[in-house]
Design a protein around this ligand. Structure first.
Ligand code: NAI
Ligand code: MG
Length: 333
């Protein structure tokens, strides 16, 4: 039995998460879903966006499934990633048939360092009208994120994927911080002679995910670069409604679609559940349920290919109807 902490959050989180729970239930696995609250609405009601009891639930479960927060996102999801020390932010970029993508053979994973870099939150006013943000790079965090990336490439290679890690940095300008980042990348690479290693400057990388995305397998980068690169990458495979993510640490796994609460479409029942269902697939793999994960992904692939989708992908189904199409296929097997 798996105990899952479910945090729907705000806006479309309240739609895409329940839709995904239906899919998870249809797998036949034994789940206990423990709901925790967080987000704007809780903040309005209780004056706190991430209540302590929600953090406690998250810590005692096997995994956390999170929808989206609104304006309190920094105090909810960014904080939760920190509390759970989930140092690797994993964002698969994959083209599915039936979805308008830049190319039809895109299949790589962006691994973003999740704990430091420019998002450490160290900002200051150092003189009248002068402000700074401190970019923190530690050898320890570099080593663990690179090991994570190479281990992932190795697992993917066993599944027939390329077996390559690409490091994106800006060592020519950020000579010390990214100099260290690049040096440790190649040090760790030596421990993985079976995996190819290459590196690019982040600006060029930003072009390559558009001009030659099919050549990548695992892409590893620092916090801010990864944040920007991964939203752009999502745009090459159908947009935010298609982009799942996992936050992985040594003790906890926190799973969330990349998108936010989407107030412009919230409450209309038209949010695309794909990103969250694919997030559920990542969670299943984390729990060691690869075979079940493959079944869910296959069912979803069929639904996408048939155009049984929400309006953002050109279809006319609601969030729940689309999820129901996946459920139907899982039950038919
Ligand atoms: P957003 O991701 O919520 O929406 C951007 C655009 O993509 C909107 O037009 C929206 O309708 C569309 N979209 C997003 N997900 C979709 C889906 N599943 N199906 C169909 N269309 C989808 O980002 P935005 O508008 O910048 O932020 C809205 C709120 O969400 C803000 O309050 C922001 O702070 C919060 N946010 C929270 C995040 C989180 O909890 N992880 C991440 C990003 C934003
Ligand atoms: Mg972002």
């Amino acid at each position: 039995m798996y105990k899952i902490c479910v945090i729907e959050g705000d806006g479309i989180g309240k739609e895409v998460v329940p839709a995904t729970l239906e899919v998870l239930k249809a797998t036949g696995l034994d789940f206990e879903f423990v709901h925790g609250e967080a987000g704007d609405e809780v903040f309005k009601r209780r004056g706190i966006a991430l209540p302590e009891e929600t953090v406690e639930i998250a810590k005692e479960c096997d995994a956390v499934l999170f929808g989206a927060a609104g304006e309190t996102a920094a105090d909810v999801i960014v904080k939760l990633r920190k509390i759970l020390d989930t140092y690797a932010n994993v964002r698969p970029v994959k083209s599915y048939r039936g979805i308008k993508c830049l190319k039809d053979n895109i299949d790589y994973v962006i691994v973003r360092e999740n704990t430091e870099g420019l998002y450490k939150g160290i900002e200051a006013e150092v003189a009248e009208g002068v402000y700074t943000a401190t970019r923190v790079i530690t050898e320890k965090a570099c080593r663990r994120i690179f090991k994570f990336a190479f281990d992932l490439a190795r697992r993917r290679k066993r599944e027939g994927k390329r077996g390559k890690v690409t490091c994106a940095h800006k060592a020519n300008v950020l000579k010390l911080t990214d100099g260290v980042f690049k040096r440790i990348f190649y040090e760790v690479a030596e421990e993985y002679p079976d995996i190819e290693a290459e590196d690019y400057y982040i600006d060029a990388m930003n072009m390559y995910i558009i001009t030659k995305p099919e050549t990548f397998d695992v892409v590893v980068t620092s916090n801010l670069f990864g944040d920007i690169l991964s939203d752009g990458a999502a745009g090459t495979v159908g947009g935010l409604g298609m982009a799942p993510s996992a936050n992985i640490g040594d003790r906890y796994g926190l799973f969330e679609p990349v998108h936010g609460s989407a107030p412009d479409i919230a409450g209309k029942g038209i949010a695309n559940p794909t990103a969250t269902i694919l997030t559920g697939v990542l969670m299943l793999r984390y729990l060691g349920e690869d075979e079940v994960a493959n079944r869910v992904e296959k069912a979803l692939e069929e639904v996408l290919e048939k155009g049984l989708t929400t309006p953002d992908l050109g279809g006319s189904l609601t969030t729940f109807e689309m999820a129901q199409e996946v459920v139907k296929r899982l039950k038919e097997e």
